[in-house]
Design a protein around this ligand. Structure first.
Ligand SMILES: NC(=O)c1ccc[n+]([C@@H]2O[C@H](COP(=O)([O-])OP(=O)(O)OC[C@H]3O[C@@H](n4cnc5c(N)ncnc54)[C@H](OP(=O)(O)O)[C@@H]3O)[C@@H](O)[C@H]2O)c1
Length: 262
C-alpha cells in the first residue's frame, strides 16, 4: 500500500531508540524527510538517514529551537510526532503516590506533557500552512491510571486530553491531530537494567525476565505478548498518510486488548 508520504516532511521527538527510532525508520522508508530529536544520537538513528538533532526537550526553549532548525532544513512541516516521554531510569517510581515529590511531578509533567505542548505550539503555524498532521504518543495508562507511576499516567491523561482539544481547534483549518495509546512495548523502558521495568521487578521481588514474562497476563493483554516498537510506528505512518484523512481526534489503542471498556 502506498501511503503517499514520499517527499513529505516530519519531526519526530525522542528518536534515538524505541518507538521514536522505529517511527523514524518507518517514515524514512516511506520517503519522508525527517528531522529526529533526542539528547543522544545513536548509530541506529544515524543509519536511518534522518537529520538527527541533539536536544534536551526538558529545557523550556528547546522545542521552539528544534522546530526552528527543522523548518530551516526541511521547509514547512507535514507531520509532527510528539513521542518523547517516559523518563530516565526507574528509581523512585514504584513507591506510590505518597512517595512522589513536587520535583518528580514537575519532571514527569515536563517530559510527558509540556514538551509536547511546547513542540506543538512551535510547529502548528507550519503544520497549518501545509494542512499537515500531528500524532501524540500517549499511553493506555491514561485510561488505566493505576497501571503505572501516577505522575506518568496523569501526565499522559493530560496529553490525551490535549490531543482531543487541539483536534477540535485545528481540524477545521485542515490539521489532523490524533493520539496513539500503546500498552507495554518492548523498549528500554522495560528492558534496560536501570529502567522502570528493572525497578518494578526489584520492588516485586522477581527477576526482570520473570516480570517481562508476567506482564502480558498481568495487564490483560489477550495477545499474550509485549508489543514491538514497529507496531506503533506503522500506526504513526498510517495516521500521517492522506489515506487516514477521515481520522481526527482519535485515541488509537495499540495495547493487545488491555483496556476492557468499549
Ligand atoms: N515502552 C512502552 O511500554 C510504552 C507504553 C506506552 C507509551 N509509551 C510512550 O512511548 C514513548 C516512547 O517510549 P519508549 O518506550 O520508546 O522510550 P525509550 O526507549 O525510553 O526512548 C525514549 C526516547 O526519548 C529520548 N529522550 C528522553 N528524554 C529526553 C529529553 N529530555 N530530551 C530529548 N529526548 C529525550 C530518548 O533519547 P535520549 O535518552 O538519547 O535523549 C529516547 O530516544 C514515550 O512517550 C512513552 O511514554 C511507551
Amino acid at each position: 500500500m502506498d501511503l503517499q508520504l514520499t517527499n513529505t516532511t516530519a519531526v519526530v521527538t525522542g528518536a534515538s531508540r524505541g518507538i521514536g527510532l522505529a517511527t523514524v525508520q518507518a517514515l524514512t522508508a516511506e520517503g519522508v524527510r525527517v528531522v529526529a530529536a533526542a539528547r543522544t544520537i545513536t548509530p541506529e538513528l544515524k543509519e536511518t538517514g534522518a537529520l538527527a538533532i541533539p536536544v534536551d526537550l526538558l529545557t523550556p526553549d528547546a522545542p521552539a529551537q528544534l522546530i526552528d532548525r527543522a523548518t530551516t532544513e526541511l521547509g514547512d512541516l507535514d507531520l509532527l510526532v510528539n513521542n518523547v516521554g517516559g523518563g530516565d531510569g526507574g528509581e523512585g517510581q514504584t513507591g506510590g503516590f505518597l512517595s512522589f515529590t513536587d520535583q518528580q511531578w514537575q519532571q514527569s509533567l515536563d517530559l510527558n506533557f509540556l514538551a509536547a505542548v511546547r513542540t506543538s505550539r512551535a510547529a502548528l503555524p507550519s503544520l497549518l500552512r501545509r494542512r499537515g498532521a500531528l500524532v501524540n504518543i500517549s499511553s493506555n495508562g491514561a485510561r488505566m491510571p493505576h497501571a503505572g507511576p501516577v505522575t506518568y499516567t496523569t501526565a499522559k491523561a493530560a496529553l490525551t486530553a490535549f490531543g482531543k482539544a487541539l483536534a477540535e481547534e485545528f481540524g477545521p483549518q485542515g490539521v489532523r491531530i490524533n493520539t496513539i495509546s500503546p500498552g507495554p512495548v518492548r523498549t528500554a523502558m522495560w528492558e534496560s537494567p536501570d529502567g522502570y521495568g528493572a525497578e518494578l521487578a526489584r520492588s516485586m521481588g522477581v527477576t526482570q525476565e520473570q516480570l517481562l514474562a508476567q506482564i502480558p497476563a498481568a495487564m490483560g493483554m489477550t495477545t499474550g505478548r509485549l508489543l514491538e516498537p514497529s507496531e506503533v510506528a506503522t500506526a504513526v505512518a498510517y495516521l500521517a498518510s492522506p489515506l487516514a484523512a477521515g481520522m481526527s481526534g482519535t485515541d488509537l489503542l495499540i495495547d493487545g486488548g488491555s483496556v476492557k471498556t468499549a
